[in-house]
Design a protein around this ligand. Structure first.
Ligand code: BGC
Length: 356
């Protein structure tokens, strides 16, 4: 009998320089299997039952570490030091201007040129979960402070995958981490996510400029961005809206309820349901922002088992700070200091919907 509480691990190829990459598996009593690699602390695969009990992979992934290194899709990875964009790849902290990597036009995207998603993390089993650790040197991508990051993945018997983030720095620095999983609950590679029915508990989102930098807050009421009542992604993608044209679909940060900047409770903020399989995903977080991204830039991306991923093959619900929030007036809560570590908790729960 398998002891589901102990993650097992297996070799998963080599990085250039002969560094071995490993794949760890978390299991639960429902037969779910979650595979996580120490390359990028990446959620590589999540096998979950459909309404008939058949296992299917609900996240997009590549077959090899080399494909992860070559890709710009950030599939399933932990993204940092700063997830999403920083406009002009710059910010000012305590009177000093910091210049960051410009890896998307004039802006920084997802941690800059190196990024946590391409790093090899230290991994160890911890009380049934998997703890990943990474050291990021002062000056990496232009950020101040030597930073030590911890990400703990754990899977419970109800199908909830918890991701607990922590980071410490020896000098003040902004930190904003997220997981960049692309979900497709059908479990069928090569399909799109248009049929998924999504709800997001938010009445506001950030409109973006042509470089996808937030420029103003906008209400969702009466337009394509209103997911307070659940709606199929495809129908909403077809709804005329200048913001959907700019981004080629949804690539926008929703403002989650609650005015507290810090110390927020973990609460359910979004759901996605796939009518074909009956699978349902629930997202809970203590963060203020939720980036809803419908895989608009996926373009013949190499997928699992030789499949290819096209536009809208998956969607992401990335919890974190607001994009470019470090350049907003109110941003002290984003600064990690030697006496003030970074914390985040986000949980993805998978099950079969009650009425499926
Ligand atoms: C961003 C997209 C970006 C994608 C990269 C998302 O988090 O919002 O604009 O293209 O990551 O895969």
């Amino acid at each position: 009998m398998i002891n589901t509480a102990i993650p097992c691990s297996e070799p998963w190829g080599m990085l250039p320089g002969s560094q071995p990459v490993r794949l760890f598996t978390l299991r639960n009593a429902q037969g779910m299997k979650v595979a996580i690699s120490d390359l990028g602390a990446t959620l590589v695969s999540w096998l979950a039952p459909d309404r008939a009990g058949r296992l299917g992979d609900v996240v997009l992934g590549h077959d090899t570490p080399a494909e992860y290194l070559a890709s710009t899709a950030y599939m399933g990875a932990i993204v940092g030091r700063w997830a999403n964009r920083i406009a002009g790849a710059r910010f000012v902290l305590d009177g000093v201007e910091y210049t960051l990597d410009r890896n998307e036009g004039p802006n920084l995207l997802h941690g800059g040129n190196a990024g946590f998603h391409r790093a090899l993390w230290d991994a160890e089993e911890d009380d049934g979960g998997l703890v990943m650790r990474l050291h990021s040197e002062e000056g990496e991508a232009g950020f101040p402070g030597n930073v030590d990051v911890t990400v703990r993945y754990s899977l419970d018997d109800e199908g909830e995958l918890s991701i607990e983030y922590g980071a410490r720095s020896d000098a003040p620095t902004p930190i904003n981490l997220t997981n960049h999983a692309y979900f497709n609950l059908t479990g069928e590679p090569g399909t799109d996510i248009r049929g998924h029915v999504v709800s997001i508990e938010s009445d506001r989102f950030f409109e973006v400029d042509a470089a996808l930098i937030p420029c103003s807050e906008s209400l969702v009421a009466g337009n394509a961005f209103d997911f307070r009542q659940s709606a199929p992604i495809g129908a909403r993608l077809d709804w005329p809206h200048a913001q959907l044209t700019i981004a080629g679909g949804f690539d926008h940060c929703y403002v989650l309820p609650g005015t507290a900047l810090e110390g927020r409770p973990v609460r359910e903020v979004a759901r996605a349901y796939d009518p074909t399989s009956g699978r349902e995903l629930t997202v809970s977080t203590d963060q203020r922002g939720l980036q809803f991204y419908t895989g608009n830039f996926l373009d013949d991306e190499p997928g699992r088992n030789g499949s290819r991923y096209a536009r809208h093959a998956g969607f992401c619900l990335e919890a974190g700070a607001f994009p470019n929030e470090i350049n907003r007036l109110e941003r002290d809560h984003l600064i990690v200091r030697p006496d003030k570590p970074y914390r985040q908790v986000t949980k993805y729960r998978l099950g079969v919907a009650a009425n499926a």
